[in-house]
Design a protein around this ligand. Structure first.
Ligand code: NCD
Ligand code: ZN
Length: 341
C-alpha cells in the first residue's frame, strides 16, 4: 500500500465544455490541485477569462462531489499584458504566466512571435517585481529533436536578466536542458510521465502511433533515461506536470495529427510502478507534491490523502465523448497499482 499526501499536477490541459466534463474526474478525484493550462480555443489572455474558466472547472468539480480540488490558474502571456492586468491577476491569486512561442504546439497561435523584445522584457520585469512565475514552453522552430536545446539560450537570457523571476522549463524533454537547472538558481522544471518512460521509437519505431505524438516530441533513449533519473531523484527543482492533453480521435487523425498525450487516467498508478521498480518510492512524495508546494509557494492545499493498493487491472481503451472518443495513454495495458476509492 502507498499513501500520497496531496498529489499535485503542475501542468494539465483540462479543456472546456463536454471534454472538460468527461475528463475532469481523472484529475479532480485523485489530485489536490492542478495547474490548468490557458491554451483554450479562446486563450486565457487576461484575469477575467482565467477566472471564468476557473468557475467552469469548479462547477464541474462540484458536480462530481470533488470539493477538495483546487484549480490553479495561469494567464496566456501576450504582448498586450499591462502592469495593471498583472496587479489584478495577483489580487485574484493568479501568479503564473505561460509563455508559448507562436506555432510551437497545440493552441499556440496566439503565442509570442518574438520571445525577447522590448515589450516582453518589460513584462518580464513587471512579472519579476510582482513575484510571478514564468512557465515556458521552450521550443525553437528548428529541427524537431533540437528545439528545446536551441531554446536554451533564451532560458539563459531570461534567467540572467531577471534573477528573481522564477522560470519553469515545462515538460523538460532533452537531457541537455538539465544543466540549466544546476547553473541558474531561478530555473526550475516540470517533468511528464511520458517523457520519463518513452522515446521517439514509441512514436515512429513500429508504425506511426499518433497517441504518443506530443510536443515537445519524445527524444532519444538517453534523454528518456536522464529525465527518468532526474524525476526519481526527487530533485527539489523539479515537480510533476503531466501535460495530459486529450484530443478527440478524429482530431488525432485529421488536423495533421493533433499533438498531445492523454495521460490523466494512469498517472498515479504508473508513477507508483516506476518509483517502486527503481527502488525510489521514498522520493515519490517530493516529486508528486512537496517540491511543487515549495517552488510555487502553494497555499491552501486541501489536505487529501490518496491510497494505492497492489492490484492488477487493464486501462480502459477509450473515453466516449458524444460521437467521438479519446484514447488514454497505456490503453489496454495492464497496471499493477490501483487507486483505492
Ligand atoms: C498540448 C495540447 O494539446 O494542448 N499538446 C502537447 O503536445 N503537449 C500543448 C502543449 O503543452 O504543448
Ligand atoms: Zn501542455
Amino acid at each position: 500500500m502507498i499513501t500520497l499526501q496531496d498529489p499535485i499536477d503542475m501542468h494539465i490541459h483540462l479543456r472546456e465544455g463536454e471534454i472538460l466534463k468527461n475528463i475532469l474526474p481523472f484529475s479532480a478525484k485523485y489530485f489536490s490541485a492542478c495547474l490548468a493550462m490557458p491554451n483554450l480555443k479562446i486563450p486565457l489572455t487576461d484575469t477575467n477569462k482565467a477566472l471564468d474558466y476557473k468557475k467552469e472547472i469548479q462547477h464541474n468539480a462540484q458536480e462530481l462531489n470533488c470539493d477538495r480540488f483546487s484549480p490553479i490558474m495561469s494567464i496566456y502571456l501576450n504582448e498586450s499584458i499591462t502592469k495593471d492586468e498583472l496587479l489584478k491577476a495577483k489580487k485574484a491569486d493568479i501568479r503564473i504566466l505561460k509563455l508559448y512561442p507562436k506555432g510551437a504546439t497545440t493552441g499556440s497561435e496566439n503565442g509570442l512571435q518574438e520571445i525577447l523584445n522590448q515589450k516582453t522584457l518589460e513584462i518580464f520585469e513587471i512579472a519579476e517585481s510582482l513575484d510571478f512565475i514564468l512557465s515556458i514552453h521552450g521550443e525553437s522552430n528548428g529541427f524537431s529533436l533540437d528545439r528545446e536545446f536551441e531554446f536554451g539560450e533564451i532560458f539563459k537570457q531570461i534567467a540572467i536578466n531577471f534573477p528573481k523571476l522564477k522560470i519553469i522549463i515545462e515538460h523538460l524533454s532533452d537531457r541537455r536542458s538539465i544543466d540549466l537547472l544546476h547553473q541558474y538558481e531561478n530555473i526550475f522544471a516540470t517533468i511528464t510521465l511520458h517523457h520519463m518512460i518513452m522515446s521517439l521509437d514509441d512514436v515512429i519505431g513500429k508504425g506511426l502511433n499518433p497517441h504518443h505524438f506530443c510536443k515537445p516530441i519524445l527524444k532519444t533513449p538517453k534523454d528518456r533515461d536522464a529525465i527518468l533519473e532526474l524525476a526519481l531523484s526527487g530533485d527539489e527543482k523539479v515537480s510533476f506536470g503531466s501535460d495530459s492533453a486529450p484530443h478527440l480521435q478524429s482530431n488525432k487523425l485529421k488536423q495533421n495529427g493533433a499533438a498531445g498525450i492523454f495521460s490523466a487516467p494512469v498517472l498515479l498508478p504508473k508513477l507508483c510502478e516506476i518509483f517502486e521498480k527503481y527502488n525510489k518510492l521514498e522520493n515519490l512524495q517530493k516529486f508528486i507534491s512537496d517540491n511543487a508546494i515549495n517552488i510555487y509557494k502553494l497555499k491552501n492545499i486541501p489536505n487529501k490523502k490518496i491510497t494505492l493498493i497492489k492490484e492488477k487491472y487493464k486501462v480502459q481503451d477509450s473515453i466516449r465523448i458524444d460521437n467521438d472518443f479519446i484514447v488514454p495513454f497505456l490503453a489496454n495495458e495492464e497496471l499493477i497499482w490501483r487507486i483505492k476509492d
